[in-house]
Design a protein around this ligand. Structure first.
Ligand SMILES: *[C@@H]1O[C@H](CO)[C@@H](O)[C@H](O)[C@H]1NC(C)=O
Ligand SMILES: *[C@@H]1O[C@H](CO)[C@@H](O)[C@H](O)[C@H]1NC(C)=O
Length: 331
């Protein structure tokens, strides 16, 4: 399996170099949410977080984490950004929950869990010949909303993995049948910035979404949000295989997976991004036509796996749980 991951990485690198695609191991799995609930320990639901070790409950936008970070779980060692999503659980017939593990990262088989991160200039085969402006220190954004009741953002999708190479079809809801090689959760962020605000009260309105889904080039940016920034995307491979036996699936025909904020449909899927590349490393990458020879520093998988942060919440998140972390109903 590891062989085919590496084969894919090399094949893509050979044919096109107009984007960054790299793995980041798990940094922490905790109830912290510095964008939506800054300072709150614990936050309302569980997240899986990758990237730099400055991550904590507050993340003051005045702190340049690219300068402050001392280690990162990403393969690019100058990337102290943080990337996070909710966590997937399996709900058993008896009503208890079990955390779904993540695949070792798709690019480098030995990374612990984590997310595959993309920064696209335009698409897989071109830089689009347009200026891509890197994010500034303090920049952050979210995509998706836990309370969303529709699946209209084409950048928020699931793929039912028949094997690790499956990429189509994408669905807006959790797959309705067992997926032999797991479920890939996909988050594409908007790539048009208003050019002024590092954040906004809803963490979204400083950005504008012209994504057309998948890795299709995004449409032109509107006058309100004229600055083209890298198109950031996450892929998280959830290893659902151990929960695929038909005799543990719900008898009513529904599917058993649920996000940590208690969403068993999947429309509320969301991702959070906090920029933290050191100095001008990301800008250099985006200005480069050949991303593999632009001098961006990398580190070994072993070094990436070693980076971690303390657990400040300290609660049970594994084992068979009677309720999702933080979601206990008052009786
Ligand atoms: C987070 O880190 C900053 C320094 O980067 C520190 O000032 C702050 O107290 C920390 N917050 C928490 C909740 O640990
Ligand atoms: C609930 O179901 C799971 C999966 O079948 C099982 O492992 C667990 O022990 C059960 N828990 C209780 C309290 O019955």
């Amino acid at each position: 399996m590891k062989g085919s991951f590496l084969g894919l990485a090399l094949a893509l690198a050979g044919s096109s170099q107009a984007y960054l695609r790299f793995g980041c191991a798990t940094l922490t799995v905790q109830r912290l949410d510095p964008l939506v609930e800054p300072g709150k320990v614990p936050s309302s639901h569980l997240h899986q977080v990758v990237g730099g070790n400055t991550f904590n409950a507050t993340m003051d936008p005045k702190v340049d984490v690219g300068q402050k970070g001392t280690c990162t779980t990403c393969t690019f060692s100058e990337d102290f950004s943080n990337y996070w999503t909710a966590v997937m659980y399996f709900k058993a017939r008896n009503g208890t929950y079990k955390r779904v593990p993540q695949y070792p990262n798709a690019l480098l088989g030995d990374l612990k869990g984590g997310i595959t991160v993309y920064y696209l200039q335009q698409d897989f085969s071109s830089n689009g010949n347009q200026k891509i402006t890197a994010f500034k220190p303090g920049f952050r954004m979210t995509v998706g909303t836990p309370t969303s009741k529709d699946g209209t953002n084409p950048g928020l999708r699931y793929t039912c993995l028949q094997d690790v190479m499956t990429r189509f079809p994408e669905t807006a809801e959790f797959p309705k049948k067992p997926c032999p090689a797991g479920i890939m959760a996909i988050h594409h962020f908007p790539a048009c910035w208003d050019g002024k605000n590092l954040d906004s009260p809803d963490h979204q309105s400083h950005m504008y979404n012209t994504n057309q889904g998948g890795f299709i080039p995004a449409a032109a940016c509107p006058a309100s949000h004229p600055v083209r920034v890298p198109q950031v995307a996450y892929e998280t491979m959830w290893d659902t295989a151990q929960f695929n036996s038909p005799d543990i699936w719900p008898q009513d025909g529904s599917q058993p997976f649920v996000w940590s904020y208690e969403d068993s449909v999947g429309f509320g899927t969301h991702g959070d991004y906090l920029f933290g590349w050191k100095g001008d490393a990301l800008q250099r990458a985006m200005d480069s036509k050949s991303l593999l020879s632009n001098g961006i520093a990398t580190q070994s998988v072993a070094q990436a796996n070693k980076c971690t942060i303390p657990n400040t919440v300290n609660e049970e998140i594994d084992g068979w749980l009677e309720s999702l972390p933080g979601r206990k109903m008052d009786m």
